[in-house]
Design a protein around this ligand. Structure first.
Ligand code: ZN
Ligand code: ZN
Ligand code: ZN
Length: 105
């Protein structure tokens, strides 16, 4: 499994919203969603016009995000620019609650 030095910044986050928080404020639309694994910020992907997940990294330096799309468990480290194919599984209480344990443990 791919790894990077920033895994110690992963927290048991709960996604802050069920859509891109910043797009919802401005009434914009998005394509896919990414969740920050440090604070739970939900932002839109780089295929979306506002790219809020990337902007969140630029503003906070939180390095790791994970796909919030159903059935996807890959992540990305903005600092190392590496694709991580198995991020911690989302623990779903409701449809949008997250992340308690590592895959396979
Ligand atoms: Zn990293
Ligand atoms: Zn957005
Ligand atoms: Zn964050």
């Amino acid at each position: 499994m791919a790894h990077c030095p920033h895994f110690d910044q992963i927290r048991e986050v709960t996604p802050g919203a069920n859509g891109c928080e910043d797009c919802m404020k401005t009434g914009d639309t998005w394509n896919e969603l990414r969740v920050c694994l440090t604070c739970g910020h939900v932002g839109c992907c780089d295929d979306s016009k506002n790219r809020h997940a990337t902007r969140h990294f630029e503003q906070t330096q939180h390095p790791l995000i994970r796909s919030l799309q159903a059935g996807e468990d890959w992540g990305w480290c903005y600092v190392d620019k590496i694709y991580l194919d198995k991020m911690p599984r989302l623990k779903r209480r409701g449809p949008w609650s997250l992340l308690a344990r590592w895959l396979g443990r």
